[in-house]
Design a protein. Structure first.
Length: 225
């Protein structure tokens, strides 16, 4: 901008409107950066994790802020986790099927509650001291993943979610095509991008279907890997 004397007029920079707008923009940028830096909790609180009787009546469990559970935890029948399953008519069901007689689910060595396998793997690696080989969703439609310990397969920065096992006679290319066909039919699975033969089957007629991805150095530092 120029004044009547032909000199550049910088007084407009001192006006309140651009200053306020700049501050708003900076706050929005800062908020976005903070949102990226802080892992979002996708399941913390009273969370449905599986069906054990009727499809319309899931069981719930109290999940802490770190979205990780290990060992036995009480099963509830309401989304507020106020009604233990064992106190509301399920004791006989547990006894009949020989499972959960105390009304508690055993979350093995470790379970992550997350919206997808990538976030589940991060939770598992952050919370567990041992090497996490892969994660697996234990009940489709629910945010419950099992942290499988053991030797990690593939490159150092590769992480994986095992989807399912299936039978197929043929080579890896054909098996991957079949894997994707099954995953698409069942819904809720990420796109498969890797198959591996099941070693106990020497005829190579049984395969495992995976979704794998690559992590960066920031991720490795964050999880202490």
């Amino acid at each position: 901008m120029f004044n009547f004397e032909g000199r550049q007029n910088l007084d407009w920079l001192a006006l309140p409107y651009p200053t306020i707008a700049s501050r708003v923009i900076m706050l929005l940028i800062l908020s976005a950066l903070l949102a990226l830096a802080a892992p979002a909790a996708h399941a913390a609180g009273c969370t449905a994790f599986d069906f054990w009787t009727k499809p319309s009546e899931p069981f719930y469990v109290k999940v802490p802020a770190n979205n990780f559970l290990s060992g036995k935890h009480t099963m509830y029948i309401d989304d507020q986790c106020d009604k233990p399953a064992i106190d509301h008519g399920y004791k006989d069901v547990f006894a009949k099927f020989g499972v959960h007689p105390d009304g508690k689910e055993t979350f093995s060595r470790g379970s992550a509650f997350a919206k997808n396998g990538r976030k589940a793997m991060e939770i598992c690696e952050t919370q567990m001291d041992q090497t996490v080989a892969e994660v697996r969703r234990l009940s489709r439609g629910f945010p419950w993943f099992y942290c499988k310990l053991g030797e990690r397969k593939g490159p150092e920065r590769q992480r994986r979610q095992i989807l399912f096992g299936f039978s197929f006679k043929g080579n890896a290319k054909g098996a991957l095509k079949e894997c994707r066909r099954i995953a698409k039919r069942w819904n809720g699975y990420p796109r498969p991008n890797l198959v591996e033969p099941d070693p106990p089957h020497p005829a190579k007629d049984h395969w495992f279907c995976y979704h794998v991805w690559k992590v960066n150095k920031r991720y490795l530092k964050r999880v202490g890997a």
